[in-house]
Design a protein around this ligand. Structure first.
Ligand code: ADP
Length: 336
């Protein structure tokens, strides 16, 4: 989860795209249902559905191993699902995967460009792969679009993490895709570069490009128009930040005082407590059942030096609680 020092201040609100452009279409860039992908008999993506309007930025969240990368690879036509169907950019996922790939920009987690080529040479290479008709002009246009023109002769290997990610984004924009699938594009990137990267994403969305972007950073989640959250391959929550927080129906106690770490452990195993997490100087204790939650904190309320208050749930409280609920369901199924 996001360390406070790594935080990028979110804007007051994520701006809406200028227009959801959908000439002749449904207005949906992604419209899939029932997507399932199995490895070794295990469904790592399980009955996944998503509808995403064009020009929107959707954050894709979930713990490591929850199936985000696999879902992104299915959506860009690189993996064939074992079940499910739908359309990406108006093209049927099952029958038009090669056409989908040509219109989608997919940014992998790992930097996949050549360290020993310059920025320009890397983009020229990508232009050749896509057999772009006017390659030099496309490279010039892309360098300018992402503010990379002045650095075009630098070797990619000499770039800082943030500039490398910007080059990787440039590479997936070379063929002018209308949908971007970005897999943790800012992992390990410093806060200033993350902020610049997100400004860029918003500028692209304002041009009508749709973005589905996976991230572990809560401040980045706050910069998305909407969010989806998966765990164990299952979609657990979907909507705007406000809708997801309201939908979770969490009650939260905040406690401040000495030795909060010692309080956390017993609270985590108390009935009705779904999440215990530190935020700055406070510990949040959250659950859905108010009576159970109050009973869980009651024995600690009288402890000297502690200040207790009720507070609003934040996204991280909700996501930790969702995992706890999903694990409960999982355990319940196994026990049945
Ligand atoms: P995330 O991106 O959320 O971290 P992934 O989609 O990478 O999750 O992985 C989901 C699960 O699928 C993990 O348990 C992972 O080990 C498994 N997995 C992914 N790709 C393969 C593969 N090619 N073969 C077998 N298991 C895989």
């Amino acid at each position: 989860m996001t360390a406070p020092a790594d935080r990028v201040e979110p804007p007051a609100a994520a701006p809406e795209p200028a227009e959801a452009r959908a000439p002749g279409g449904s207005g949906l860039a992604i419209d899939v249902q029932g997507l399932t992908k199995r490895y070794g008999g295990r469904a790592v993506v399980d009955d996944f559905a998503l509808q995403l309007r064009r020009g929107r930025i959707c954050g894709f969240l979930g713990p490591n191993g929850s199936g985000k990368t696999t879902t992104l690879r299915v959506l860009c036509g690189l993996l064939t699902p074992d079940a499910g169907a739908g359309e990406v950019l108006g093209l049927p996922l099952r029958t038009r995967a090669p056409d989908i790939r040509r219109q989608v920009g997919y940014m992998t987690q790992k930097f996949g460009l050549y360290d020993d080529l310059s920025l320009r040479e890397n983009l020229e290479f990508i232009g050749r792969l896509y057999e772009l008709p006017d390659r030099h002009a496309a490279v010039d246009r892309t360098l300018a679009r992402l503010g990379l023109a002045e650095r075009q002769k630098q070797l990619a290997g000499a770039l800082s993490g943030g500039w490398k990610q910007r080059l990787a984004l440039a590479a997936c924009l070379m063929h002018e895709p209308s949908l971007l699938l970005l897999d943790e594009p800012t992992a390990g990137v410093d806060p200033k570069a993350r902020r610049d990267f997100w400004d860029q994403i918003h500028a692209l969305a304002a041009q009508g490009i749709t973005v589905l972007v996976s991230t572990h950073y809560m401040d980045e989640a706050e910069r998305c128009h909407e969010l989806c959250y998966i765990a164990y391959g299952k979609l657990l929550a979907r909507g705007t930040e406000r809708e997801i927080i309201d939908g979770a129906g969490l009650k939260v106690w905040a406690v401040q005082g000495p030795d909060l770490a010692a309080l956390a452990e017993p609270l985590k195993s108390a009935p009705g407590v779904l999440s215990v997490a530190a935020f700055g100087n406070a510990l949040h204790v959250a659950g859905q059942d108010e009576a159970q939650l109050d009973a869980a904190v009651a024995p600690l309320r009288g402890k000297p030096g502690l200040r207790w208050s009720r507070t609003d749930a934040n996204l991280e409280d909700v996501f930790i609680s969702l995992i706890a609920t999903a694990q409960d369901n999982f355990a319940a199924k196994a026990a049945a």
